[in-house]
Write a protein that binds this ligand. Structure first.
Ligand code: PBG
Length: 327
């Protein structure tokens, strides 16, 4: 009779032992809630492809932010849905634009309890739905877009945003925006660079959430899904340009990129569990095909395990509640 030389099952024998040897922990403070605010709404408006997520009115956004603060969530990332769009996204840097107005309201209300963050990209504000301004041939004009981003950054900083989420994937955006902020004395405004943001199908439900006008795709600026090394290079470049935090997005399909970025830089690394990741689990759960809470919890801890210091997730408030229960 021979016996196993190693018995790894000893470490798994009971909930108490498993808890004691657990390698990865997730805290409510490591979750960031993305939230949509739409100009002109008086009541929240449901998003069909993201059950449980809404376009907020200013009032319902305030309540959602207060709820997130009470739940111990670390921050809130705001996306604006304007009533009027144009070719250059004028509403983005208008101090009366919906995103800037909402930012000011939230900073006043929950600014001590939550890190108030703003999406810095033009796609919600342009009538063609691209993340920048277009050249006559229809391609996004990188350097002209940087000027628009700088104006947007200053408007958001003036509105009190604590952290700017640079999600447009233009070359040089971090350096350009950092310089614009410094020149105006905004030395404390944090920059989160969506360093490795991949073009693909997982943003589908988000496009409904922001009433996106996009036809075509973003493949000339967002990363090509097969490329991992290129994602790491983007992250290293963004840190060099002055990013305080870098992001990998989407999260679950890109855990390899996340782990590689974690090894390559020494700033905080975040991941965005995007709308498509949300919709997949919600749809499967609604059909009774997957255990909803189990799948959400497992996905979140997997993203942490791969190297994310914090996770943007539409489940932030609910997951924070589960995490408090567990302890
Ligand atoms: C661009 C932006 C997008 C998302 C966040 N910021 C859309 C895109 O790149 O098409 C997607 C987030 C999600 O899918 O949850 N402003």
């Amino acid at each position: 009779m021979t016996f196993p030389a190693h018995r790894p099952r000893r470490l798994r024998q009971s909930p108490a032992v498993r808890r004691l040897v657990r390698e990865t922990h997730l805290l409510p403070s490591q979750l960031v809630l993305p939230a949509f605010v739409r100009e002109g709404l008086t009541e929240p408006h449901p998003i069909g492809s993201m059950p449980g997520v809404v376009q907020h009115s200013l009032d319902s956004l305030r309540r959602a932010a207060a709820e997130a603060a009470t739940a111990g969530v670390g921050g809130i990332m705001l996306f604006g849905v304007p009533a009027v769009r144009d070719a250059i996204g004028s509403a983005a840097d208008d101090p009366r634009g919906i995103l800037n107005v909402a930012t000011e309201a939230l900073v006043a209300e929950v600014g001590d309890a939550l890190v108030v963050q703003t999406d810095l990209c033009l796609d919600e504000f342009t009538d063609h739905g691209h993340c920048g301004v277009l050249r006559p041939d229809g391609v996004v004009d990188n350097d002209a877009t940087l000027e628009r981003y700088a104006a947007m950054a200053l408007a958001q900083a003036r509105a009190g945003s604590h952290l700017l989420g640079l999600s447009g994937m233009m070359d040089g955006q971090v350096a350009h925006i950092r310089a614009a902020l410094e020149a105006e004395g905004f030395t404390d405004t944090l920059i989160l660079a969506y360093a490795a943001k991949y073009a693909g199908a997982f943003y589908g439900p988000f496009r409904e959430a922001v009433d996106s006008q996009l036809t075509g795709d973003r493949r000339t600026y967002q990363l090509d899904p097969p490329n991992a090394r290129e994602g790491v290079r983007e992250a290293v470049t963004d840190v060099d340009e002055g990013a305080d935090i870098v992001m990998v997005k989407p999260a679950l399909p890109y855990l390899d990129v996340l782990a590689a970025v974690r090894d390559a830089v020494d700033v905080p690394v975040w991941a965005y569990q995007v709308s498509g990741e949300y919709a997949m689990i919600e749809a499967a759960a609604a059909n009774g095909w997957i255990d909803r809470r189990g799948a959400i919890s497992e996905a979140l801890v997997a993203i942490r395990r791969a190297g994310a210091d914090a996770v943007l997730t539409y489940w932030a408030v609910e997951a924070a509640g589960w995490l408090r229960e567990q302890r």
